[in-house]
Design a protein around this ligand. Structure first.
Ligand SMILES: O=C(CO)[C@H](O)[C@H](O)COP(=O)(O)O
Length: 227
């Protein structure tokens, strides 16, 4: 049973004609984009905003109409994956390196639906390294500041070169261990000059849809639920 696909397809049921839809990034969001493509072929009329070049390319292949990002106003629904979801529905995202665009799109969405398989559920965030996007200028200085937070910062690499985000920045993966106060840590990290954004998504989820290996799907409403 593909639990990522189950969660993704459940979330796509919330999309209605005329909506502006934020497209997430990653292997779970992939299934949501595929399903949206199917629904477009069946007559669904929406416009979409992609959170990465990869998701934009996939949407184009599937015939999903894309709205130019500069024209974006309010988004009706965004559907995206996560690396971890805790009991308060706070998230760690950024495993795919798209956290900045994902956070901009999610925070401007009336409804932000998070889709995960059961392995992503944790009691407390911190099993997964936290991604921090930083500007390349004097990157060592910014990394030193992150190190002062005692998180063993590592520059993400791809093919033996630093990984560069869609925004031309670096990703630093930070191991904080268990994160007892994600809200405070989010503030501390984002106050460092040179940091663009980090992968903590605090009380942003309207709904978390979890797919289970036995075929079950459960949905948990978040505190930011507006509908
Ligand atoms: O935040 C993300 C990309 O920046 C992804 O949503 C997150 O990494 C989960 O990915 P996947 O669905 O492939 O496990």
């Amino acid at each position: 049973m593909n639990s990522k696909k189950l969660a993704a397809e459940k979330a796509v049921e919330f999309i209605e004609d005329g909506m502006t839809v934020g497209l997430g990034t990653g292997s779970t969001a992939y299934w949501a984009i595929q399903k949206i493509g199917e629904r477009i072929k069946e007559g669904l009329s929406i416009q979409a905003a992609a959170s990465s070049v990869g998701s934009e390319d996939l949407a184009k292949q599937l015939g999903i109409p894309l709205i130019p990002l500069a024209n974006l106003d309010l988004i009706d629904i965004t559907i995206d994956g996560a690396d971890e979801v805790d009991n308060n529905l706070n998230l760690i995202k950024g495993g795919g390196g798209a956290l900045l665009r994902e956070k901009i799109i999610a925070s401007n969405s009336k409804k932000f639906i998070v889709i995960i398989d059961e392995s992503k559920q944790v009691d407390q965030l911190g099993r997964f390294r936290l991604s921090v996007e930083i500007v390349p200028f004097a990157s060592n200085l910014t990394i030193n500041k992150l190190r002062e937070l005692e998180c063993d910062p590592q520059v993400r690499s791809l093919n033996n070169k630093p990984y560069i985000t869609d925004n031309g920045n670096l990703i630093i993966d930070c191991d904080f261990g268990k994160i007892p106060n994600p809200e405070a840590l989010n503030g501390q990290i984002n106050l460092i000059p040179g940091v663009v954004e980090n992968g903590l998504f605090i009380q942003m989820a309207s709904l978390v849809v979890v797919g289970f290996n036995d075929g079950a799907v459960k949905a948990y409403p978040g505190q930011s639920a507006r509908t």
